[in-house]
Structure formats: C-alpha cells, structure tokens
Design a protein around this ligand. Structure first.
Ligand code: GLA
Length: 394
C-alpha cells in the first residue's frame, strides 16, 4: 500500500474528491530506562519505521469523522467539536478525539471539523506505543491542517495528558517524546524531569536490533501499570521524610542505599531500588554507546531485564522466556523487555549473520514453553512525526 492508495481509500470512505494531506508518526522501542519516566529519571528510546498514517481534510461544519483501515469493523466514528468527551463506543478514536479536546482546551483555534483516515502498521497492544503514535500523528495533523503555531513539545505534552486524564493510564512522557522528536538512526537520551535531551547515533557495527513480539497482548489500562506508579509514589513519600527530593530519579545509588530504610514497605523498597539503579544504568548506557563499548551496553540491557523481573516485577513468563532464550544464543550482545512489560515486546542486539539462527532457536523455545509463536522484526530507526508528501507504506 502507498500514499496514493490511502488517498483513494480516503476519498472512497468519505465520498469526496478532496485530496487530503498526509501525516506519519512512528512507534518506539526503548533501549533502556524502563518505568523511570514517571519517576523523573532518564530514558533512552528510539522511533521505529512502523507507525501510524493519518490523512485528513477540513470540513465546513463542526463534525469530526474518523475511520481506521485497521478497525474497519468499527466503521466511521463520528462526533462533534462541541462534544469531545470520552466515549467508550468510540473505541480507538478516543486517542485522536482526546487530542482535539486538549489542544482546544489549551486555547488553539480549532473551529472546523475534519475527516481523518488512519492506517497503522504497528502491531496492536505490543508495547510499541501504537496509542501514542495515534495521539502524536493527530497533533501534527491538527498543527498543519489548522495552520496553528505549535511547539512540538506542546503536542508531546498534550499526548501525555490525553493518556493520563482522558484514557486513564498514568504513563510518563517517554512514548510521546520518542515519537514526536525521533531522529533517523539515533536514540534519544531524555531527562524526564527537565525534558533536556540529546541524540546519540545508534552505531551498532555489525549488529541489528531485533524486536521480538511475545504476541501476549495487553492494554495498560487493564494492567498493573498504575499500581506500580502508586508504589513508587509511596516510596518517594517515605524518603521525603528525610531527603529533599521531588522524584526518585534524583537519587544516586549511594543516597538510595543510605536512606532506603525509610521506605516502610518491602515491596515499595524493591520498586524504588529498580528506579534508582535503572536510572544509573541508563546514563551509563549512553556513555557505553558513545565510546563505543557495545559489550558493555548489552550487559546493561541484561541487568535492566533482571531488575524489571525481580524488583519491579513487570516481565512475566512470556517475556522472561524470550529474553532468557535470547541470552543463550551466539552473537547476542544483550536482550531485555522493552516498554511497560506485562507482555508486549522484547529487544535483542544480535550479530547480523546470526540473526536467522537466533530467531529459529528463540522461537523454538518460546513455542515449547508458551504454546504459540513469537514474531520477529528487524528494527529500523526512523524519524519522528511529520507531514509526508509521498512514501511507500508497508
Ligand atoms: C509505557 C508508558 C511509558 C513508560 C513505559 C515504561 O510505555 O507509556 O510512559 O512508563 O511504559 O518505561
């Protein structure tokens, strides 16, 4: 499928001869720095070439009409600019509607309705941020279609607000940031407290990043994600009785070891430990990549997974099976779960000429233990959200 085909789909769906404008927002992987974003720590994500396409044209009235090729069974989802409140029946379109609502609330002049067609090639519920991708592509579409002067950071923050206040997942800013500010062949080291960031070239010599989808679907709304966040908040509160910090991300490992006794609950102490050590690992990972010391980088990825498994407890049998099998393969520098966990995807850095054997062996183990197949993709690191003129859609 290419943009021309999507344009034809748009015209057929909305029964118009108008030529819409086309936009794209990627999905993301996170190399390291998991669950640190909502704790004021660092993350190290990169945007991938899978993503969401949105084609849109303004209308003369106040109607909004959404259609997704991926959810064609839901048909055209319709609402009015004057009533953008969350509606269960509007299903996936809530992610887009929420952006209209919050940008409108932020004072942007969104006076006319629009027809928008979506097509995505990010596997759903796989932890590669398909929802943030819909949010950010909508933000960029709004910016361009309505001729708004909008800072990219504003769109990113608005996406997070939609996720938190509209959808009800207390997620951090990592996904929207990676998708909004991604850069081809680079990862982004982001300080989630200050929003200072730097790009690091992803030069992996003769290695590829392999994404392994456990095919265990999950939605964050139905997961323990919000519970983990609450546990971190309680740990922070305990620490604040003596430490002058605003987030766990501000603590060094030494400070944490000195003050951890303040955290009353044993489980909350483990959660906080993961955050502090993961944050330190993320900063170290940037240095390793710059050097480059790829072996060292891979080792940090492995340590990250172990901490997410034992201290943060968000991996689960599927991801552990994949990652443990990956560690045993020849030519693997490192492997870990990526994203929120509880299912979804893992990533591994694998020597290019060992990739085929890697896939075969990891999948054999996975099928034996779990009973169904995993799916493997070679990650290609692409640009952040943008308007497109012509591009091949896979
Ligand atoms: C999800 C959230 C992010 C982040 C990760 C875990 O992807 O949307 O904000 O918290 O989980 O690192």
């Amino acid at each position: 499928m290419n943009i021309q085909k999507l344009i034809k789909e748009f015209q057929a769906t909305f029964k118009t001869s108008l030529v819409p404008r086309s936009f794209f927002a990627p999905g993301r992987i996170n190399l390291i720095g998991e669950h640190t974003d909502y704790n004021g720590g660092h993350v190290f994500p990169a945007s991938i070439s899978f993503g969401t396409y949105a084609l849109g044209a303004l209308r003369k009235d106040q109607k909004l009409r959404f259609y997704s090729i991926n959810f064609s069974d839901k048909g055209i989802i319709e609402c009015d600019l004057s009533n953008l409140s969350y509606n269960d029946e509007h299903n996936w379109a809530n992610y887009s509607k929420g952006m209209f609502l919050y940008l409108q609330k932020a004072g942007f002049d969104i006076r006319y309705g629009a027809d928008i067609l979506f097509y995505g090639n990010i596997p759903n519920s796989a932890g590669l941020s398909s929802s943030a991708s819909i949010e950010i592509v909508t933000g960029v579409l709004l910016e361009k279609l309505y001729g708004l002067t909008m800072d990219r950071i504003k769109i990113i923050q608005c996406g997070q607000k939609v996720e938190n206040d509209y959808i009800g997942v207390n997620s951090g800013i990592m996904d929207q940031f990676a998708i909004g500010k991604g850069k081809i062949n680079h990862a982004i080291l982001l300080n989630c407290r200050t929003l200072k960031y730097e790009y690091a070239p992803l030069e992996l010599e003769n290695h590829d990043i392999i994404i392994i989808n456990s095919n265990k679907q999950r939605t964050l709304a139905g997961s323990k994600y919000n519970e983990r966040r609450a546990q971190c908040e309680r740990a922070l509160k305990d620490l604040q009785t003596e430490c002058t910090i605003e987030s766990l991300g501000e603590l060094t490992k030494v400070d944490f070891e000195k003050h951890k006794y303040l955290i009353k609950d044993k489980t909350n102490r483990k959660r906080a430990k993961h955050i502090v050590y993961e944050n330190a690992r993320t900063l170290e990972a940037l240095e390793k990549l710059k050097k480059p010391n790829l072996q060292g980088f891979g080792k940090l990825m492995n340590e990250s997974h172990i901490s997410l498994m034992n201290d943060y407890e968000v991996t689960g049998l599927e991801l552990d099976t994949i990652v443990h099998a990956a560690w045993k393969q020849e030519g693997v520098l490192g492997a870990r779960m990526t994203g929120a966990g509880f299912g979804g995807c893992a990533i591994a850095i694998v020597e290019k000429d060992k990739v085929e054997t890697f896939k075969k062996n990891v999948n054999n183990t996975y099928r034996q233990v779990i009973g169904f197949d995993a799916t493997f993709y070679t990650a290609s690191i692409g640009d952040g959200a943008k308007e497109i003129l012509e591009e091949v859609v896979q």
